[in-house]
Design a protein around this ligand. Structure first.
Ligand SMILES: C[S@@+](CC[C@H](N)C(=O)[O-])C[C@H]1O[C@@H](n2cnc3c(N)ncnc32)[C@H](O)[C@@H]1O
Length: 543
């Protein structure tokens, strides 16, 4: 309040109100397409816009679906605010960006309401005793949020604590006022004492005046705090309290793509539908230029790569071959001699079975080929173990999903389109206490200059996982290890802006696993992934 002449006026300051209601005009989100977030996608949505929608419509623990993922802003915001998420995109570029964004993100750690520290925080805010209920860390109870009081005259009138505070301060303030009045010869009531001391006042009066105002302001602060604590309040759901000592990263998530499983169907005449024929027709390849021909064009230009560049197989010729399963003959140099390879191409949508490879390699034998090169998007588990029949090695190249783009892909020979990732060389180690350990010694590599298979060191392995109790169907990562030369995960430390526990890290950065119990299922599976992202899995029976 201020006096102006004889009238009292009210001055409203910008910081008088902690919050403003949001209306449906959002001019403060930096545009729906972000102009403020770091730009990673051409049509990226602003995090602030998604955050606002998400906080208005969901609670922690809810599941959010965004079927047009883009750079994954929805999933990113959902992670931050403790919501679960599923997101979908037709573009692998978008999914790759989203995956990298989520994996590299660092989030604040909010205090859970359902936790001992949450109970303490809540007690501190409401000036009550902490709850003694057991806590379970359940996110559905939400976080502890900042809140603003709704102060009404009624809440002030009914607050008896104000009288207690008033009485407490009267004991200090009244004697000061009386002494000040006596020193200055004034009849001032409390509300008449000026804010500033007069310059000509004696020092004693100035000191009394300062003490009185200090007490007066402290009394007001206590009363305001009491009013705020006892008033009704509004939660600020966008302002949970943070535990500044903790950093949070994204919870575990998977990235799934087209199902690799072959789907068998029958048509109206009970005839088996051949997915290859249908797909060629529907995929719209140019007449006379089916999926196989497109793959062969690319294979001729790109050759077959292995983890080590020097082991690349470069073809001198590649011509069609009228086999049942072998569809081309490729020639490549091995030292001074020329070798002939039979080429088998797997289905456009589907998985290559071991029996397909056995048939194909037999054809190669009959036709006098030196080696079978199979090219496929996926191999079923038993096919991955099949590497030789008689004198003929079977090289299994994995085709890059870019080849699904069919006719749109120019056969430039660039990109890792056909990559052989050999059998991992794995050793099982028995522990004295009956448990097991696994060691990866490296990966078998076909040396095109000698025609021999040699074992390469573990350097070509980016990471490897063990399912210590494999159920024969889905691989569950129970142990994970990260290899590679030159501290490849140094960047992780930088991203997390944290020091990593060296001892804990050493157990992860290892070619030998920690010991584990023998599997109840009688099987373990080991999955090995190279730096190009190709993976192989090997299953072991444990008795
Ligand atoms: C406007 S962007 C989404 C932007 C996203 N919110 C972000 O922050 O990055 C639309 C996305 O939808 C994807 N898309 C288009 N048609 C689709 C479809 N039929 N199914 C799934 N995703 C599709 C596009 O690939 C594109 O990434």
């Amino acid at each position: 309040m201020i006096h102006e002449g004889k009238s009292i006026r009210y001055v409203r300051c910008m910081d008088d109100f902690l919050i403003y209601p949001k209306t449906n005009v959002w001019l403060d989100v930096g545009g729906v397409q972000s102009r403020t977030d770091p730009k990673i996608y051409v049509v990226q949505t602003a995090t602030e816009a998604i955050k606002r929608c998400l906080l208005m419509t969901t609670d922690p623990g809810d599941l959010i679906l965004d079927p047009i993922c883009g750079s994954g802003t929805t999933a990113y915001v959902a992670e931050q605010w403790g919501r679960r998420w599923i997101t979908i995109d037709t573009s692998r570029v978008a999914l790759a960006l989203a995956r990298a964004r989520l994996m590299g993100a660092r989030y604040p750690s909010y205090i859970l309401a359902d936790s001992p520290e949450g109970q303490r925080k809540e007690a501190e805010i409401t000036r009550t005793a902490p709850s003694s209920q057991p806590t379970y860390g359940n996110i559905r109870h939400g976080f502890v949020y900042e809140r603003v009081p709704h102060i009404t005259l009624k809440s002030i009138a009914n607050n008896t604590e104000i009288d207690v505070i008033w009485d407490k301060w009267q004991v200090t303030l009244e004697p000061l006022r009386e002494q000040l009045n006596a020193t200055l010869g004034q009849p001032w009531q409390e509300w008449e004492i000026p804010r500033e001391a007069g310059t000509k006042w004696p020092d004693e009066a100035k000191a009394l005046h300062t003490d009185w105002w200090q007490g007066r302001i402290s009394r007001q602060k206590e009363i305001d705090a009491s009013i705020a604590a006892k008033a009704e309040f509004e939660y600020l759901y966008d302002r949970p309290y943070e535990d500044k000592k903790k950093a949070r990263v994204a919870g575990p998530f998977t990235v799934e793509s087209l199902s690799p499983h072959r789907v068998l169907g029958v048509d109206e005449n009970d005839e088996l539908i051949d997915p290859l024929k249908i797909n060629e027709k529907d995929a719209g390849y140019a007449p006379g230029r089916g999926f196989e021909q497109m793959i062969l064009d690319n294979l001729k230009a790109a050759g077959v790569q292995q983890a080590n560049k020097a082991d690349k197989i470069v073809f001198t010729s590649l011509t069609p071959w009228p086999g049942e399963l072998v569809c081309a003959e490729a020639r490549y140099p091995e030292g001074d001699t020329e070798k002939r390879a039979g080429i088998f191409i797997g289905p456009e949508f589907g998985t290559v079975q071991r029996t397909d490879l056995v048939e194909a390699v037999r054809e190669c034998g009959d036709a006098g080929f030196d080696v079978l090169i199979a090219c496929a998007f996926n191999y079923e588990a038993h096919a991955t173990e099949f590497s030789k029949l008689g004198r003929i090695p079977v090289l299994k190249a994995r085709m890059n999903a870019d080849l699904h783009m069919a006719d749109d892909l120019k056969a430039t020979g660039k990109g890792n389109l056909f990559v052989i990732f050999g059998e991992p060389d794995i050793e099982l180690l028995d522990e004295p206490d009956g448990r097991l350990r696994v060691r990866v010694r490296g990966v078998d590599v076909f040396d095109p200059s000698t025609g021999q298979v040699r074992s390469d060191s573990a350097d070509g392995i980016a990471c490897w996982f063990i399912d210590t109790d494999y159920n024969g169907e889905s691989f569950f990562v129970r142990h994970a290890y990260f290899l590679g030369q030159n501290d490849p995960y140094g960047a992780l430390k930088t991203t997390l802006k944290a020091e990593i526990d060296a001892d804990a890290w050493a157990t992860l950065h290892s070619d030998t696993s920690r010991p584990f119990d023998k599997p109840k299922s009688g099987r373990i599976a080991v999955k090995v992934i190279n730096h190009l992202g190709d993976e192989v899995m090997k299953v072991f029976k444990i008795t």
